[in-house]
Design a protein around this ligand. Sequence first.
Ligand code: SF4
Length: 384
Amino acid sequence: MVVTTTSLPLFVLGQGVDPHSERGVDCPGELPPASDPALVARARKAKEALGDRLFVLGHHYQRDEVIQFADVTGDSFKLAREAAARPEAEFIVFCGVHFMAESADILTSDRQKVILPDLAAGCSMADMATFDQVEEAWEVLEDAGIAGVTVPVTYMNSSADIKAFCGRHGGAVCTSSNAKRALDWAFEQGEKVLFLPDQHLGRNTAVLEMGLSLDDCVVYNPHRPNGGLTDEQLRNAKMILWRGHCSVHGRFTAENVDDVRARVPGVNVLVHPECRHEVVTKADYVGSTEYIIKQLEAAPAGSTWAVGTELNLVRRLGTMFPDKTVMFLEKTVCYCSTMNRIDLPHLVRSLESLAAGQVVNQITVDPETTHWAKVALDRMLALP
Ligand code: SF4
C-alpha cells in the first residue's frame, strides 16, 4: 500500500502563527490540561501536609508541571544557598539533577535530608569527569613537573568528589556567574589552572574575559594517554581545559547564529557561556542563566531575542515577557533530557512518601567528601 502524506499539514495546530516565537501556537478546540489534575491535587495535598518541614527547590530548566510546586526557583548555586538558608526545613526536595542535590547536602545541616525525585536525573557534563580520571590527570601533571604550580578549579556542575579533589589540592569551585573572579583568584595562587569539567566555560572566560589567547589553552582528553598532550604542551599552557561539555549548550553552532540573523532582522542573540567559543563570539550577549533572565527582564518592549540555553527556560521566558519576542536559537528543540526526568509522577511519589514518613531517593555525601568539597565551595564564597 502506498501512503501519501502530501495532503497532511505538518503542524495541524500551528497554522497561521508566528514561527519565530517560543510562545508556541494557539490550540483550537477542547484540549486536556497540561498537567494531570489528579496528580496536581495529590502534590498539593502532600505539600500542605508537610508544611514548613518541606522546602522544594526548582531549577530553571525544570518542566512547568514541576516548577509550579517550587518554593524557590534559580540556578544550581542559588538553589544550594537557598537550601542552606532554610535550617528549619527537614526535607529539601531538589527538582534538578544529581550534582545539585549533592551540593545542597554539602551546604545543609546533618539534620536535613535532601531528596532527588528521580535518581536517574544526572548530568552528562558532570559525568564527563570522574574522580579516577581526574586523579590520573593530576599524576600526569606531576610527571610533567607542573602539578605544584597548577590550581584546580571546577565548575559547580561537577560531582561532589571532584569538588572535594579541588578542595584538597588548593583549588575552588566556580559558577558561570563568578568564573572570572575564580580564575583571577586561581592565577594569584599558581601559574596554571586545571579547569573542570566544562571546556567551553573555561575557554570563554579565559579568552573573552581575561585576555588569554586560544594558544594559552590546551584540552586534556581523559580517554587518551597523557591526556593527548605532550609534556611540553602542558608546560606551555596556562589553561588546561578538561574535555567536557554540556550536551544541551554544546548543540548550538555558529551557523545557528548566522541563520537567525538572516531570518529575523534586528534580533538580539543571547547565549550561555557553556556554548562553544565560536557561538559565544558571534552572540550579542553572554551570561549565566540568572543573567539571561535579567537581560530579558530589562529589554525594551518590542525587542526580539534568540536565546541559546535550555528549552524549558526559553519557553517560560517567552510566556513571562509577552511584550518581547523570545525564540530558541536552534530550529530543532533541545531539552535537557536528565532535567526532564523529574516529572509530576516522580515529584508526587517523593512528597507522598515523605508525608507518610518514608524518605525515598535521599542524596547523601560522605563526611570526608563533604569536608573537602566545602573547603572548595567556601573558597568560592570568599571571592571578592
Ligand atoms: S543543561 Fe547541561 S550542564 Fe545542565 S544538567 Fe543538563 S546536561 Fe548538565
